[in-house]
Design a protein around this ligand. Structure first.
Ligand code: ATP
Length: 476
């Protein structure tokens, strides 16, 4: 269920605690572009590492690469992005506001009774599938769908708007070439298919994974870091023998869903959404959707891309991109199953799931806390070490512990304010464990460990801390 207040609370929390800032904020920001702060950058990196290791370390047959953002312009002709990577848009002539027509119609459908709304969406999907832009405009006019700003129905025609950012390679004086900022990382994998296969002596089935920035000129960018113009993807292309794609598609759907569940998020917050209208390259496709504060939305796509991409690159480059399968003594262009997940959307999913406002009031006193119950393996800081006082040698003991732990995981030291306040600050950042050093530590080398989620505390030997936190925060 959509919960706009929760979204606003999460956005506010992210800013207050150094997770996500608007880009160029001192200049009033740049729309749909965000910067990660000190904790956001750590969380994002940990998610990226977890994905990377799940792919390249936990599978013998998946190799990781790091291809450039800039690619030869013909890549985007071959992939179909120049001709068909576009969204149909419409402008309101009075407010000058531009809308993606599917968002405009979907927004209106939500205000209708379910049956009527669903019928409208079905009609829209059919018109979009037929590429009938005149029909879409007629549908908007027929339902008198108006602009939220001007309130009028004074619309332009519906036009296709390409989402790729173009820029110039080379100096202006020379013949500069127009190139694109990549709108997906996948093509860097396709063009390196043979390089990796040959140098890694990979045998089909095998995968190539990579993470990296992608850029899309999203017209209606909304939902915080859910839809950005510059974002990061984590993609894996799995090359298989033609005819076996269904079995591998099912396999990867299951593996990827298990990965999401391994983040400690409950199964009821996920669902598969099968694509009815398939992209030009796909023979099967689905999304893994998470129940964001705005409702169920895509976080990852699993696509069976056939041999479309490799065949097109073969055609456009004139280079052979076939594989010789020794088991069946045959050359062929492999089929591909793709898993494609947005890193920023995963950050948002993890934050949405972790963010909790808890009422801790007792009969005597009102109390509450905000806690980020992040999976310990993803938390930006694994351990906060807090001396009870600033004197009596307690800070020295705390720093000794930090020096011992620092090479293994990220620690945080704080001596200001009461212990209670310090715990609450760590709760808000999502630190799973706090260690308090007190006077008893000096006598018997024991410390108090406080657990973020249960808020329980226990006494443990100082010398056991490092091994315990390593164990509790490990990824595998
Ligand atoms: P949507 O329908 O939401 O626009 P898409 O189907 O175009 O997404 P894909 O092209 O399949 O998305 O990209 C794979 C993944 O990349 C998506 O599942 C999503 O997590 C992420 N992604 C795509 N566009 C954006 C964006 N503008 N901002 C953040 N993440 C994005």
């Amino acid at each position: 269920m959509a919960n706009e207040n929760k979204l606003q609370d999460i956005i506010g929390h992210c800013k207050e605690y150094g997770y996500v800032f608007q880009s160029s904020e001192i200049y009033d920001g740049l729309s749909a572009v965000y910067d990660y702060g000190q904790y956001g950058a750590e969380l994002k990196k940990n998610i990226r590492d977890y994905w990377w290791r799940s792919m390249t370390q936990m599978h013998d047959n998946i190799a990781g690469i790091d291809a450039a953002i800039f690619m030869h312009p013909t890549v985007w002709k071959a992939s179909g992005h120049v001709d068909s990577f576009s969204d149909p848009m419409i402008d309101n002539k009075d407010s000058q506001k531009r809308y993606r027509v599917d968002h405009l119609i979907e927004g209106y459908a939500e205000t209708l009774e379910k049956g009527t709304g669903d019928a409208l969406i079905a009609k829209m999907e059919q018109l979009l599938a037929d590429n009938n832009l005149t029909g879409i405009k007629e549908l908007i006019e027929e339902h008198k769908i108006s602009c939220a700003i001007s309130g009028t129905c004074n619309w332009t025609d519906v036009r296709q708007f390409n989402l790729m950012f173009a820029t110039q390679l080379g100096s202006v004086a020379e013949e500069a070439n127009e190139i694109y900022l990549r709108p997906e990382t996948a093509q860097g994998i396709f063009v390196n298919f043979l390089n990796v296969q040959k140098t890694g002596r990979m045998k089909i089935p095998f995968g190539i994974a990579q993470t990296g920035k992608a850029f899309r000129n999203e017209i209606v960018a909304r939902g915080f870091i859910f839809r950005m113009r510059e974002f990061e993807q984590m993609e894996m292309q799995f090359f298989v023998r033609p005819g076996t794609q269904k079995e591998w598609y099912d396999y990867w759907k299951e593996v990827r869903m298990k990965w999401h569940l391994s983040l400690g998020i409950s199964a009821e917050n996920f669902r598969f959404h099968d694509h009815i209208k398939l992209a030009h390259y796909a023979d099967m496709a689905c999304d893994i959707e998470y129940d964001f504060p705005m409702g169920f939305k895509e976080v990852e796509g699993v696509h069976s891309r056939t041999d479309f991409d490799l065949s097109r690159h073969q055609e456009f480059s004139g280079k052979k991109l076939t594989y010789f399968d020794t088991e069946i003594n045959k050359h062929y262009v492999p089929y591909v199953i793709e898993t494609s997940i947005g890193l920023d959307r995963t950050v948002m999913m993890v934050l949405s799931d972790a963010y909790k406002e808890e009422d801790l009031s007792t009969e005597e006193k009102k109390d509450s806390r905000v806690v980020l119950s992040l999976p310990p393996m993803l938390a930006p800081i694994k351990l906060a070490v807090l001396p009870l006082t600033k004197k009596d040698g307690l800070p020295e003991l705390a720093k000794e512990l930090i020096d011992e732990c620092r090479p293994y995981f990220k620690c945080f030291y704080e001596e200001k304010d009461s212990i209670g306040k310090r715990y609450r600050r760590q709760d808000a950042i999502g630190t799973p464990f706090c260690i308090t050093i007190d006077h008893q530590t000096k006598e018997d080398r024991t410390v108090t460990i406080r657990h973020r989620d249960s808020m329980t505390q226990e006494r443990i030997p100082l010398d056991s801390v490092r091994a315990l936190i390593v164990e509790k925060t490990k990824m595998f």
